[in-house]
Each structure stands twice: as structure tokens, then as C-alpha cells.
Design a protein around this ligand. Structure first.
Ligand SMILES: [Zn+2]
Ligand SMILES: [Zn+2]
Length: 71
């Protein structure tokens, strides 16, 4: 049984962003960007989940960040 990251009660869900477990009381929601692509007229578009579960602790970046060290 997983416990809430914040209070230690039984967790109801997992943060979409960092994977922490949280209870109903402490979870929040936040838009989650699934993917970004370039649409017509070279306009960047994002596929977003509007209310992805968020633990309220981590700080998701609004945009993908560059990680050159991976390559
Ligand atoms: Zn909690
Ligand atoms: Zn989180």
C-alpha cells in the first residue's frame, strides 16, 4: 500500500509528473503536455491533458527543457 507523500495516509493516486503517491486531500491537477508538434503554418501545437494528477510538491516545467547531456 502506497502512502501519501505529504501526510502518510493511504494514497489515492500517483503524480503524473514525478511519480509521488498522494491522497485525495493533497492531490491537485495541472495541465500535462503529452506531446508538441508543428501544425499548419509552422505553428507549434501541444496535445495537453487538462487535469492530470499533480502532487502539489514537484515543479513541472511549462515546456520541455533541453537536456543536451542525454545525447
Ligand atoms: Zn495526503
Ligand atoms: Zn509531483
Amino acid at each position: 500500500m502506497m502512502e501519501c507523500w505529504q501526510c502518510g495516509k493511504p494514497a489515492q493516486g500517483i503524480c503524473r509528473f514525478c511519480g509521488r503517491a498522494v491522497c485525495k486531500e493533497h492531490c491537485s491537477t495541472m495541465p500535462f503536455i503529452l506531446t508538441i508538434y508543428v501544425g499548419e503554418n509552422n505553428t507549434p501545437k501541444a496535445v495537453v491533458v487538462a487535469d492530470a494528477l499533480w502532487c502539489g510538491v514537484c515543479k513541472p516545467q511549462p515546456e520541455p527543457i533541453e537536456m543536451p547531456e542525454i545525447y
